[in-house]
Design a protein around this ligand. Sequence first.
Ligand code: ADE
Ligand code: ZN
Length: 327
Amino acid sequence: MRALPKVELHLHLEGAAPPGFIRSLAAEKHVDISGIFDANGAYAFNGFADFLRVYEAASSVLRSPEDYARLTAAVLEDLAGQSVIYAETFVCPALCGAGDLPAWRDHLAAMTEVSARVAAAGGPVLRGIATAIRHFGPERARAAALCAAETAGDWLVGFGMAGNETLGKAGDFAWAFDCAREAGLRLTCHAGEWAGPEAIRETIGALGVERIGHGLSAVRDPALVEMLAERGIVLEICPGSNIALGLCAGWAAHPIAKLRDAGVKVTISTDDPPFFRTTLTREYERLAEAFGWEEADFAALNRVAAEAAFCDAGTRDDILQQTGASR
Ligand code: ADE
Ligand code: ZN
C-alpha cells in the first residue's frame, strides 16, 4: 500500500506539521506551548473544540515566510514517504500574514518556491487552496478571499473554508466564495462533518462549490446522496480524522463505502495527519481491512481524486498517467 501512487486533496498545511517540528520552532522563538502535547510529545486534545484550540496554538509559532517554507518542505518529505504524487493543501491567509495582502504574498512565494524545487527534483507536486476559517467570521473570510483572488495562479488554484461549521450559515460567506470564483479559483468547503445533511445542501446552494470537505452526514439523506452522485460533487473524505474526533464508531461504521456504492465520487485524505496519528498509507490499510478494498479499488479512487484536482489540465493528465490511467 505504501508504494501505491496516491493523490490527496484535503490536507491542512498547519495540520500536517509534525509535533516535533512545532516544538522546535516554539523553542527557537521562546514560546511556551507545552500544554498542547501529551507525555509522549504527541498533540493532545479532547473533542473538536479543543482540537481547534490546540491547532491554533500550534499554528501560532508559524510566523514568517521562512517558517512556512520549512513547514512546506517537511510536509512534502512526509508526502513523498507515502508515495503521494500530488496533493492540495489548505493554507489560511488569516494565519499566513494575518489577512494582510503583502504579507500573504510573501508567505505564498515562500511555499511556492519550495514546492517548485521539490517537484523539479521529482518529488510530490503540491498546489494550494486558500482557506477562510468559519469561526473567524464573514469579515475575515472576505479578507481571505481578497488575498486569494489577488494571488490566484498556477500554485494557488482553489478557495475553501474550514473551521467550526456549527457557527453561522453558509450564505454568510457567499461574498467571499463569489469573489474567489470570479478570480478563477475552484471551490470547496467543509460541510457535513459536524452538521447534518441540510448543511451540505445549503453549502452547495449558497456557495456553488464543486467539492465538499468531509460531507459524511450526507449518508443520512438518500435524496442528497442521489443529488451528489448525479451532479458529480466530490467528497473529500478523511476517515481517520472522523474516527479520531468521535464522529464514527470505527472504520467498519464509516459511511465512505456506502457513499461510494451509491455512486458518489469519494476520495481519501488525512486532514491533519499527526493530530489524528495517521498517514495516507494507514488510511488505505484500515479501509482495506474494513471493506475488503484492494489495490484496484484504491487506484480507481486515486483516479477520481486526480480528475477532481483543481490544477491545470496538463498537470492533471500527468497525475492520471502516474496513477495508471491516461485519458
Ligand atoms: N481545520 C483543520 N481540520 C479541520 C477539521 N477537521 N474540521 C474543520 N476545520 C478544520
Ligand atoms: Zn479539514
